[in-house]
Design a protein around this ligand. Structure first.
Ligand code: GSH
Length: 130
């Protein structure tokens, strides 16, 4: 019975995935405009960030849309399909839950920030309009 339920939900997810991805594409906002120098500075800062995500997780989509709005080129790491990323998230952050933002500080220390609202608030504090 349990296996049937698992396959049922897997099927639902498979059917919903394209809908979610198309809807994300259609509703992703345009990026804020920055000068070339400002954008280069933001791009450099984003090299120290990585988003652990699942492609069709609604909370990840929320964060990805905010990244797009803020014009942030943050590496996305699939913690569902890539076992190395999944393991890194488990070991570094403590659990396989997404979205999770990996933040490398200037002193090389690393923070793992969970919760889509907290991630978006962090990105806005750091990269939003002053
Ligand atoms: N409140 C969280 C919810 C995140 C969440 O439920 N993510 C799901 C994927 S859509 C997950 O990682 N589930 C695995 C788990 O909770 O262990 C947020 O806003 O980020």
């Amino acid at each position: 019975m349990r296996i049937l339920i698992r396959y049922f939900f897997r099927g639902v997810r498979l059917l919903l995935a394209p809908v979610m991805l198309v809807s994300e594409k259609l509703s992703t906002p345009k990026a804020v405009e920055r000068s070339e120098a400002e954008q280069a500075k933001v791009d450099r800062a984003c090299e120290k960030l990585a988003l652990y995500q699942f492609r069709t997780c609604p909370f990840c989509i929320k964060v990805r849309k905010e990244m797009a709005r803020l014009g942030l080129d943050i590496e996305r790491r699939d913690a569902q399909l890539d076992p190395a990323h999944k393991q890194a998230l488990k070991e570094g952050g403590g659990r396989v839950k997404v979205p999770c933002l990996r933040i490398e500080n200037d002193d090389q220390s690393v923070e793992w920030l969970y919760e889509s609202d907290d991630i978006n608030a962090y990105l806005n504090r750091r990269f939003g309009a002053a």
